[in-house]
Design a binder for this molecule. Structure first.
Ligand code: SAM
Length: 432
């Protein structure tokens, strides 16, 4: 199956797909860090270092698709479209003009995914599968109209002829050493409208098979859809979620023909558990600059600690700032917290991970340990980047093993050969 990987970063989707099956062949990939300066293209260079330059575009996706649209560039058939795209405002100012291929707001990257699907459809071959990843905030945004952006996304995919499933997955619930919560979205060309979305969410859907949940709903009597997404996208933009406190969209769901079922299923008990300690290297391998200097320890502890203190706003107003404590150091016997793009660098911070060493010191995580938390091979990003850039890439990336789980189900449904499961119970042990 020919794969297009958009917003490719350092290639988490491609790695996950290729680990699942040799039948996934990425024929087109796109990765470009705005505003486009050469110094910012480190993720793209990493991608090319691993996968080569064939079919890879280190260029704004909008410009690439302009060329496809004008007929100057032919991407050929695409069977699977994958990508982890930024969560932005998806509103549409005016009705979509499908025939012109004009999608919503300029610069909003969701519409480039929509556009590529539309362009492929125009050339006679819609991709069979769409497989996307995003922050779970997508289900709720924007704050002023809870769930509106996701409603627009679901309705527009539905209108293009896709049935769509989504699931918020915490990687730690499925045996990975990081508590990274992301929403996975899988669309497949609609064959006939599904009438029982409950079964899709709890048992039969791709995501239900990739990430088993406690299957307590399926035997209950049939439930009709919870909502139907009605009206033009511009109407959804204006009206969806107005005055609503909580998003309509729960952590899992299924959409067919704009009819939406949504539930909050619980993950089935994990058969495996991995923790931060599993990815740590031996202390003597840790370069000196990763240890926390004695002088900055107080600052680290303050930032990690709970706060309940008066502060003055820039405008001069006074307010009380409160936040809870984060564990300091991070417990090595639990899965790690989510890696953010700001994880790199020695400056004290609330969100960076800190682990204790056996001699009572503290240290930050190495890029290699961050790679392991996401399930990349050791030194995947050691392709000429600084340590900060490597950490940034891991903050942007996804847990490769989660992609692999979904890709296995897609591969099986599509009749592709599966690779043998490789228990990469990393790390530490192999270095010891
Ligand atoms: C969330 S990251 C995806 C990370 C990826 N899944 C991985 O495993 O590394 C989104 C990526 O989209 C890229 N991007 C942002 N705007 C873009 C554009 N206009 N064209 C192409 N890529 C873009 C960013 O540079 C970033 O690497």
């Amino acid at each position: 199956m020919r794969v297009a990987e958009l917003f490719a970063g350092v290639g988490g989707f491609r790695l996950g797909l290729e680990t699942a099956s040799p039948g996934f062949l990425t024929s087109f990939s796109s990765q470009w860090e705005p505003p486009g300066s050469a110094g910012k293209q480190f993720a793209s260079r990493c991608y090319e270092a691993h996968f080569g330059s064939d079919g890879h575009f280190n260029e704004d996706i909008e410009k690439v698709l302009d060329r496809v649209d004008s007929g100057d560039l032919d991407l050929g058939r695409i069977d699977v479209l994958v990508g982890g795209f930024p969560c932005q405002d998806y509103s549409v100012a005016k009705p979509l003009n499908q025939s012109d291929g004009i999608a919503g707001k300029k610069g909003v990257l969701w519409w480039q995914i929509h556009r590529l699907l539309t362009l492929q459809g125009r050339s006679g071959h819609f991709p069979e599968w769409v497989f996307l990843e995003n922050v779970d905030r997508l289900l709720k945004s924007p704050a002023t109209q809870r769930g509106r952006d996701f409603a627009i996304m679901l309705a527009s995919l539905s209108d293009l002829g896709y049935d769509v499933e989504w699931r918020v997955v915490n990687a730690a619930d499925y045996g990975f050493p990081q508590r990274r919560r992301r929403v996975f979205i899988v669309g497949q060309r609609r064959k006939q409208p599904v009438v029982d979305g409950t079964r899709m969410v709890f048992r039969d859907g791709v995501l239900a098979r990739a990430f088993p949940v406690l299957n307590d709903k399926v035997s209950e009597s049939f439930e009709g859809p919870h909502i139907v997404l009605k009206g033009e996208l511009s109407q959804i933009t204006r009206e969806f979620g107005v005055g609503v406190v909580q998003s309509t969209f729960l952590s899992a769901g299924f959409v067919s023909n704009r009819r939406v079922w949504t539930f909050g299923p619980k993950p089935a008990q994990p058969t495996e558990r991995a923790v931060l300690d599993d990815v740590l290297v031996e202390e003597h391998l840790v370069p000196r600059e990763f240890f926390v200097a004695e002088a900055s320890l107080t600052k680290w502890k303050y930032l990690k600690g709970s706060k309940n203190e008066p502060r003055v706003h820039r405008s001069g107003g006074r307010y009380f700032y409160t936040e809870g404590a984060l564990p300091f150091p991070d417990p090595a016997d639990r899965p790690a917290r989510t890696i953010l793009t700001s994880e790199g660098g020695s400056a004290p911070s609330r969100s960076k991970h800190i682990v204790a060493t056996s001699d009572g010191r503290y240290r930050r995580l190495l890029p290699l340990e961050l790679e392991r938390l996401n399930g990349f091979m050791d030194d995947w990003t050691d392709t000429g980047m600084t340590d900060n850039q490597r950490a940034f890439c891991m903050g942007n990336a996804l847990v490769v093993g989660l992609v692999e789980k979904v890709a296995r189900v897609i591969a099986k449904d599509s009749g592709l050969t599966l690779r043998r499961k490789n228990k990469r119970k990393v790390a530490r042990r192999s270095m010891r």
